[in-house]
Design a protein around this ligand. Structure first.
Ligand SMILES: [Zn+2]
Length: 372
């Protein structure tokens, strides 16, 4: 029996999330930009399965079902599907995530996201009916827990949480908002309080902005929850792109969105820094969203390996701190071995993290950890 998400978080474990699916599968030729709907779960299951595998191999403890934007109203609006139903997409996505998760120790999270119906009608009953229909598919496939993610309006996320709670499964909720608040002008702190009062056990932020900006937003949520004496686990799944100039509208307002974002991609050292800062902020569910590729997830898992006590299988092919360059014959390349954010490994030995790393290697042995 695998430990559930709340058992892991309640025990103080660090949970590594997976990365972004839609942008990555668009680049690989399986998703159409614009509405970014997930019909590939039915049309090209091998592509979705492979990306799930890569994220799990990189250290992800959770595989999210590839069901972003798979509500009936969004699928209809997109015009991307004619002979496939929302039910088929949701069910196929659950099957794929479960199949891969069962190859390792990962959990399956069913995911629902914002609906066009909310923007059009703001009708609670209609919006909740859409989530209920999706939830029924997820329950048939017995996912481990549910995530309401990518909500720009806290109100709609609260409605989603209220529906998802009826399943009896643990519920996480993440908003795609900035420190300025949601699109209705509600502050991150107030959003978090409302989500927890609605029953979410895990709250935080996903997508739209880079890790450092998302960290600020989650810190505001944390403060408000503490002030309200509410208990919840914190979660963060930001973009894998640098977006320092973006406001609450996020990266979709950049001229590079969605086809020219490559020059903004974060590197693995950026990701290690993000993982450490998220951990130091008290966040224990740490993953990524759009722009997060499997090697970014591996960087999170490697940075937090001292705390987690294990390395992911993909680290078998990655020398820590750039150490795999040590055998390079060209001295100017070899000089980059043990590079991390400009420091040499010796300088790192003064860092608390590097000291923990040393202990970890001595106590457990690097190879043994890799094989776990
Ligand atoms: Zn995203």
């Amino acid at each position: 029996m695998k430990k559930g998400i709340l058992e892991r978080l309640d025990a103080g474990e660090v949970v590594i999330g997976d990365g972004g699916y839609v942008l990555q599968l668009e680049r690989r030729g399986y998703v159409k930009a614009g509405h970014f709907t997930p019909e590939a779960a039915v049309e090209h299951p091998e592509a979705v399965r492979q990306l799930h595998r890569e994220f799990m191999r990189a250290g992800a403890d959770v595989l999210e079902t590839f069901t972003f934007y798979s509500s009936d109203d969004k699928l209809e609006l997109s015009g991307n599907v004619t002979n496939i139903t929302g039910e088929q997409i949701n069910e196929a996505a659950c099957k794929l995530a479960r199949e891969v998760a069962n190859e390792g120790n990962a959990l399956v999270a069913g995911s629902v996201s914002q609906t066009p119906c909310y923007l059009k009608s703001r009708n609670e009953e209609e919006v909740k009916a859409i989530f209920k229909k999706q939830l029924d598919f997820f329950m048939k496939k017995d996912v481990d827990f549910m995530i309401a993610e990518y909500f720009a309006h806290g109100e709609e996320a609260v409605w989603a949480v209220q529906v998802l709670k009826t399943s009896g499964k643990p519920v996480a909720a993440t908003l795609c908002i900035s420190p300025e608040g949601d699109m209705n002008g509600v502050s991150p702190g107030d959003c978090a309080v409302r989500l927890v009062k609605a029953g979410a056990q895990i709250v935080g932020v996903n997508c739209h902005l880079d890790p450092m900006c998302c960290l600020k937003t989650v810190k505001l949520m944390k403060k408000a929850l503490e002030d309200a004496h509410l208990k919840a686990h914190l979660m963060i799944q930001p973009l894998g792109f640098h977006t320092p100039e973006c406001n609450h509208r996020g990266y979709i307002s950049l001229p590079e969105y969605p086809f020219s974002l490559e020059s903004r991609a974060m590197n693995r050292w950026d990701m290690q820094k993000y993982a450490r800062e998220a951990y130091n902020a008290g966040i224990r569910y740490i993953g990524g969203c759009c722009g997060f590729e499997p090697y970014h997830i591996r960087a999170l898992a490697e940075e937090l390996a001292p705390e987690r006590g294990l390395l992911p299988p993909a680290s078998q092919k990655h020398g820590l701190w750039g150490s795999s360059l040590a055998t390079q014959t060209k001295p100017w390349v070899k000089a980059r071995s043990h590079v991390n954010t400009g420091k040499t490994f010796d300088q790192h030995l003064g860092d608390p993290c590097a000291l923990r790393w040393q202990r970890l290697k001595i106590n457990h042995g690097y190879r043994k950890l890799c094989l776990r």
